[in-house]
Design a binder for this molecule. Structure first.
Ligand code: ATR
Length: 270
């Protein structure tokens, strides 16, 4: 049977095995999918060991940049993102690296949450790997403005420079305050520590602005609680993005697009 895995450190709480097993059952694909813990100093060994006969791998924290450096070729999305979350072992044995995070986010925003990105003013909070991975697909959705706002402004400026051939991208520090925006996407790791980046609540137009936290938890995240207190029209967490990026990976590997709604509903109930 064709073998797949997710590799990370830590990995015990990964939902990817459950998601991919549900996709496989739903589409009648015969495959196995396991979670592999790689030592922090030997991701390459774990990857090579698995792909000696495995067919594909998802890569998660903290190995996505290393995965980018180890594969033989990149999809256009991975090339720009500088990080790989999906690897396909091709017929000739070479490794193709893709990054499905951004496509997963855009699909969750547009298809599941019904948010119109074309012409929207978007604030992207954070300038680490999570932000970098989603900028190209966000710009491809043709917003009127994408402002990368980060505590360390230099990092936001670097990202704006890297992607400025693709659309209207700008950079600023957390103090940034123009008018309110249509959508705020939180790609910082602040929610992990229960913190909220110190941006002005005036960026939220009550009843209009949508807030999206790329993190998810069984309870609303700190950022989404803050957004809701300041009148955000909707607060969405990253569970849908998780399922959608997995569906993109599954389609790359198997050539079949799984239904994401039942899988999302099952995870939400868990
Ligand atoms: P990732 O790969 O998950 O993006 P990262 O590269 O460590 O992780 O980036 C974390 C991001 O969260 C950064 O943009 C960081 O801001 P700095 O670049 O200024 O460090 C942001 N971040 C983390 N904790 C934060 C907090 N409490 N307030 C504001 N931003 C925070």
């Amino acid at each position: 049977m064709d073998r797949y895995a997710v590799i990370g450190n830590p990995i015990a709480h990964s939902k990817s095995p459950l998601i991919h097993r549900m996709f496989a059952e739903q589409t009648g694909q015969a495959l196995t999918y396991e979670a592999l813990l790689a030592p922090l100093d030997d991701f390459a060994g774990t990857l090579r060991g698995f792909l000696a006969d495995g067919h594909g791998v998802n890569v998660t924290v903290p190995f996505k940049e290393q995965a980018w450096a180890l594969v033989d070729s990149h999809s256009a999305a991975a090339e720009r993102a500088g990080a790989v979350n999906t690897i396909l072992r091709q017929a000739d044995g070479s490794l193709l690296g893709d990054n499905t995070d951004g496509r997963g986010l855009v699909r969750d925003l547009q298809t599941n949450a019904g948010i119109k990105l074309r012409g929207a003013r978007i604030l992207l909070l954070g300038a680490g790997g999570a932000s970098r991975g989603v900028i190209q697909p966000l710009l491809a959705a043709r917003p009127s403005q994408l402002c990368v706002v980060n505590r360390t402004v230099d990092k936001a400026e670097q990202l704006a420079t890297l992607f400025n051939d693709l659309g209207p991208i700008s950079a600023a520090g957390l103090h940034w305050l123009e008018e309110s925006v249509d959508l705020i996407v939180n790609a910082t790791s602040a929610s992990l520590g229960g913190e909220v980046p110190a941006i002005s609540p005036k960026l939220i137009r009550p009843g209009h602005t949508v807030c999206y936290d790329m993190m998810y938890a069984s309870e609303p995240t700190a950022f989404n609680r803050w957004a809701s207190e300041h009148g955000a029209a909707r607060c969405v967490d990253g569970l849908g993005m998780l399922v959608e990026q997995a569906a993109e990976a599954f389609e790359l590997w198997r050539g079949v697009r799984p239904e994401t709604a039942p899988v999302f509903a099952a995870l939400r109930r868990n």
